[in-house]
Design a protein around this ligand. Structure first.
Ligand code: SAM
Length: 393
């Protein structure tokens, strides 16, 4: 098998790495005085250094503290209910935790409710996990307007408070390869978080991963997935909770979880996403919103496809999922001005002063020095138009 296929299979990726990513990987290989093929072989064999280099080049590791706060509210409510019934949440697994902000956030939210809780953060990238263990973060990791009492200000950023350190550990795991429960947890997790990872995987691999994780979570345990990351239907034996704010499921039975045979929508692999966007926009303009939505793959990694999907969802009065979709756009392109504008408008709609400030700052940074006549989309929206709009808010 060619190196590129081996690495796509290892990570379970739905898209083969771009020529640019492979080029950057080849340069890394050269710096390590090896070839691309040898580097990939080492990564597939589980060599930490090679795996880190490969994952750094081929995966998206965007994350920050309390990302999607509604999911943390869901886990908090769940833990409070469990504590009240005398069965506290003790074991938590954050799979695909990147540089650890998600795992530390879970520990920070849960420790006051269940002081002996232990959180394991896992990722395929050992380099990210080394940073996670270090527990020191820059400003980009703190974007929430919630008070993060478990972070202490350090010289040039933030440091995780010492009192949380015993509650969190990190270990490598591959979501695409039926990972076992981390040994540090000792028993079935009461909570599994796996967000913003499955959308990058081959649909069949992602579907198998959901079924696998559903089978691992403890009875009365909580499984939290990213908003658009399946399951594409019911999850037998589970009850959906806090819908539509979270994609969260509580296991109500110990019977083996069998995910019903799911007919996945055919994966459209357009040669040119611009054609997809053009067609979907035409459908939306004709008022055929359901068809427009169906033509925009929620697992696309093209920001323009996802951005339009968010707009169609707004048209269909589905603001929560739309907002999640705009955030998904930002995980692919942090400087996407129009997605940032939509998030600002959503914050204005909620009259959420702190979020308005945060989103406005993000939008201004994304606009940067762009000239007023710079076009932001095919419909002729310009940077100047966005600036005037924002001034009037
Ligand atoms: C976009 S980040 C999401 C981080 C965090 N869960 C969040 O929502 O903020 C995706 C992470 O998934 C990891 N990842 C990608 N493929 C993986 C796999 N097959 N197994 C485990 N982690 C994987 C990447 O290394 C990256 O750190």
């Amino acid at each position: 098998m060619r190196a590129v296929n081996r690495v796509t299979t290892l990570l379970g990726l739905k898209q083969a790495p771009s020529a640019q990513a492979l080029e950057s990987l080849a340069q890394h290989a050269a710096r390590l005085e090896t070839t691309l093929d040898q580097l990939i072989d080492r990564a597939v064999g589980g060599d930490d250094e090679a795996l880190g280099v490969v994952a750094d080049s081929l995966t998206v590791c965007e994350t920050y503290f309390l990302r999607h706060p509604e999911d943390f509210a869901t886990v908090q409510e769940h833990a409070e209910r469990r504590a009240a019934s005398g069965t506290p949440v003790l074991r938590v697994w954050s799979l695909g935790c990147a540089t650890g902000e998600e795992a530390w956030s879970l520990a920070g939210v849960l420790a006051p409710i269940s002081p002996t809780v232990h959180v394991v953060g896992s990722d395929i990238n050992p380099r990210s996990l080394a940073r996670a263990r270090f527990g020191r973060y820059g400003r980009g990791s703190v974007r929430s307007h919630h008070e993060l009492t478990w972070l202490a200000q350090a010289d040039d950023g933030w440091q995780v408070a010492a009192l949380l350190r015993g509650n969190v550990s990190f270990s490598v795991a591959n979501a695409a390869a039926r990972p076992a429960v981390p040994t540090r947890l000792g028993a079935a997790p009461d909570v599994i978080f796996c967000r913003n990872l499955l959308l990058y995987l081959e649909p069949a691999v992602a579907e198998a991963a959901v079924a696998h994780l559903a089978g691992l979570v403890a009875e009365q345990g909580l499984l939290v997935l990213g908003v658009l990351e399946g399951p594409h239907g019911e999850l037998p034996g589970f009850e959906r909770v806090n819908f539509p704010f979270s994609n969260a499921w509580v296991r109500r039975t110990t019977a083996p979880v069998r995910v019903r045979a799911i007919t996945l929508p055919p994966v459209t692999r357009p040669v040119d996403p611009r054609e997809v966007v053009k067609r979907a926009r035409r459908l939306a303009n004709e008022g055929r919103l359901a068809e427009a939505l169906a033509s925009l793959d929620p697992a696309s990694t093209d920001p323009s496809v996802l951005y339009l999907r968010g707009c169609v969802l707004l048209e269909r009065a589905e603001p929560m999922v739309a907002e999640a979709t705009f955030r998904q756009v930002l995980s692919l392109d942090r400087q996407h001005v129009l997605a940032r504008l939509q998030l600002l408008l959503a914050a204005v709609g909620r009259r959420d002063v702190a979020a308005i400030e945060l989103e406005r700052a993000g939008l201004e940074a994304a606009l940067g020095q762009a000239p007023d006549d710079a076009k932001l989309d095919d419909e002729g929206v310009t940077a100047g138009y966005v600036r005037r709009l924002v001034q009037g808010l």
